[in-house]
Design a protein around this ligand. Structure first.
Ligand code: PGA
Length: 325
């Protein structure tokens, strides 16, 4: 392995993580032939194939799996080394790695602005993905900090509640149920539903509520994006349950409205978490403290301002918030 370069290992790690040459090339800003060439040379050094292509999917071979876990250890150690060097230098410099559930994308990028202005030496890698993938990143120790709404049961983690994340029922603004109050779950279930994809925390929370009441849902389709679901609702495909934060940037004449339904909003929290044994770098620690103090304040002010500003939200959101308060 003496002949293998760090660059080749980096390329290999990215291909293995994405199970795709194309995605790895995109991430590393390389061409796909360059990526294939690097992996080919690395296989030669190892003396065994690292991947096998079955149908359209790329799988790691046994040798590939061994190398992948070795790579992860090497890169983890290197990144720890990098952080301790900048910690020793007392500099807030390096990369902050965050993995957050999709609903948090309506808040976290905004909070990163002031933080990055204060610490211009910090680069941020923010992964926005669903509950299941955030848990996977956590299990593989891929990031510094994680934000999600449902806590894993069996993980040894540090947990800090961050902000409210209520789930609400959304309908097209001209739907007949918009005018009604305290709609029953049974009545709601007569409508077609659009659900987030399996693995989504939002989906789990909705399913749990309806299962508890033993009411089946008529699911018309699954979509892997909150924004796509909002478009599908506006297009009349059905109703859905999403985080109230997804409505934050809706215009006053939004085509969506929030329904007044019994047992809603489903009250939830975003939690800021990290594995118990993890040594947070100075950057991660600084961001952690920022998020729970100033960041939280900025977020609450923004959400609060948004809830109270008559021009910044749809009629549906306004009437919902008025009735909820
Ligand atoms: P999801 O999680 O993106 O997996 O639906 C969102 C949440 O749990 O708030």
């Amino acid at each position: 392995m003496n002949q293998a370069t760090l660059h080749q290992l980096k390329v290999f790690e990215a291909v293995a993580r994405h199970s795709s040459f194309t995605r790895a090339a995109e991430e590393l800003f390389l061409t796909q032939p360059t990526v294939s060439m690097q992996v080919k040379q690395l296989s030669k050094v190892v003396g065994m194939p690292l991947f096998e292509q079955i149908g359209k999917r790329l799988y790691l071979t046994a040798a590939g799996r061994e190398l992948y876990s070795t790579c992860r250890e090497i890169f983890d150690r290197l990144s720890q080394f990098e952080s301790s060097i900048s910690d020793l230098k007392g500099m807030k410099q390096g990369t902050l790695r965050l993995a957050v559930v999709t609903t948090a994308k309506y808040v976290i990028p905004r909070l990163l602005g002031p933080f990055c202005q204060r610490y211009p030496g910090v680069d941020v890698s923010l992964t926005v993905t669903n509950h299941e993938y955030v848990l996977e990143s956590l299990a593989n120790n891929r990031d510094d900090l994680y934000i999600l709404s449902q806590l894993p049961e069996d993980a040894d983690i540090n947990v800090h509640p961050f902000l409210e994340n209520p789930l609400v029922v959304l309908a097209p603004h001209n739907h007949s149920l918009v005018q009604e109050s305290n709609v029953s779950l049974k009545r709601l279930a007569e409508e077609y539903f659009i659900m987030r994809e399996p693995g989504s925390g939002t989906r789990k929370a909705v399913q749990k509520l309806f299962d508890e009441h033993d009411i089946p849902l008529k699911v018309k389709l699954d979509l892997g994006s909150n924004e796509a679901i909002k478009q599908a609702i506006a297009g009349g495909l059905g109703l859905s349950v999403l985080s109230l934060h997804t409505m934050a940037l809706e215009s006053p004449n939004s085509q969506l409205a929030i329904l007044d339904v019994e047992n809603f909003p489903i009250q939830r929290y975003w939690y800021l978490i990290y594995p118990s044994g993890k040594q947070l770098s100075i950057i991660a620690r600084t961001f952690f403290d920022y998020l729970l103090t100033e960041g939280k304040e900025i977020a609450e002010q923004t959400v609060f301002a948004w809830q109270n500003h008559p021009d910044s939200q749809s009629e549906g959101v306004r009437s919902f918030l008025a009735s909820a308060s």
